[in-house]
Ligand binder design. Structure first.
Ligand code: BT5
Length: 247
């Protein structure tokens, strides 16, 4: 369980103060949006009945299988907020790598990949200067418990390694890493974590379709945009959007 008793002994920093836990809720995002809570407030659950993805999509998991968490942040106005999803994705990738001892990658703009499959998704929602960063990590699902028909094939830590994991330990480790990375980003922007991000850039050099157009991904840029070269030879940088890749 991700109850306070299970998780709080793994929390040593500012993130997780306060720590809100519901055994089940519609979405952990809802527990923090407009809550008036301080930066670092965290909401976690063992099951969402209305888990949100981006652009009105849904995030699905069987109860007790996943890390489902949202973190409230008050970033300064001068920072580029779309970068926060990449900061969170890198923190998730490093946490996953430490647990499974396999390389994980960041698929721009908001996914974490293991063995070319999506193991985690990030959703950043902005309102009134606060950002709620939501993270869903597939941990202990068996193959048949993962959603069917997703455009990017899903995986869990368990399907990748055959082992089950303690979700409370993972969440504690994620929140500590995210806090450290967020502090670096506050000081130095994406430049501060670009080494780790560039080394885990899943799309770099891959054939992709970006908003319907065939292209090759060049790289994630230092300002968080994705540089691509279209098949007609045009090089451009995407601010946001949907990227599909050829497996
Ligand atoms: C995301 O959206 O990947 C962001 C997911 C964020 C979920 C967390 S959980 C805690 C917090 N509270 C919330 O309510 N949300 C956040 P997107 O890129 O739009 O991907 C959504 C798509 O991924 C869906 O349309 C499905 O095709 C697929 N999908 C759904 N559930 C999945 C899962 N468990 N694993 C992999 N893919 C999934």
């Amino acid at each position: 369980m991700l109850s306070s008793e299970a998780v709080e002994l793994h929390l040593r920093g500012r993130f997780g103060k306060p720590y809100l836990y519901e055994p089940e809720c519609e979405s952990t995002q809802q527990l923090l949006v407009d809550s008036g809570l301080p930066e670092g407030a965290v909401a976690a659950t063992d099951h969402q009945t209305g888990g949100r993805g981006r652009l009105g999509r849904t995030w699905e998991e069987p109860a007790g299988s996943s890390v489902l968490v949202s973190v409230l942040l008050h970033p300064p106005a001068e920072r580029r907020l779309p970068e926060l999803s990449l900061v969170a994705a890198l923190a998730v990738a490093e946490t996953v790598e430490l647990a499974v001892v396999l390389a994980a990658q960041v698929k721009w703009p908001n996914d974490v990949m293991l063995n070319r499959r999506k193991v985690a998704g990030i959703l950043s929602e902005l309102s009134d200067g606060t950002v709620v960063v939501g993270i869903g990590i597939n941990v202990n699902q068996t193959r048949d418990q993962l959603p069917l028909g997703a455009p990017t094939e899903p995986a869990s830590l368990r399907t990748a390694t055959g082992t089950t994991y303690d979700r409370a330990v993972l969440l504690g480790s994620l929140l500590m890493r995210l806090e450290r990375m967020y502090d670096v980003w506050l000081d130095a922007g994406l430049d501060g974590i670009y080494g780790g991000l560039g080394a885990r850039d899943f799309l770099r050099g891959r054939r992709i379709t970006a908003d319907g157009e065939p292209a090759t991904a060049v790289q994630i840029l230092r300002d968080g945009r994705l540089e691509i070269e279209t098949d007609s030879g045009e090089v451009k940088a995407l601010e946001s959007g949907e990227v599909l890749f050829a497996r």
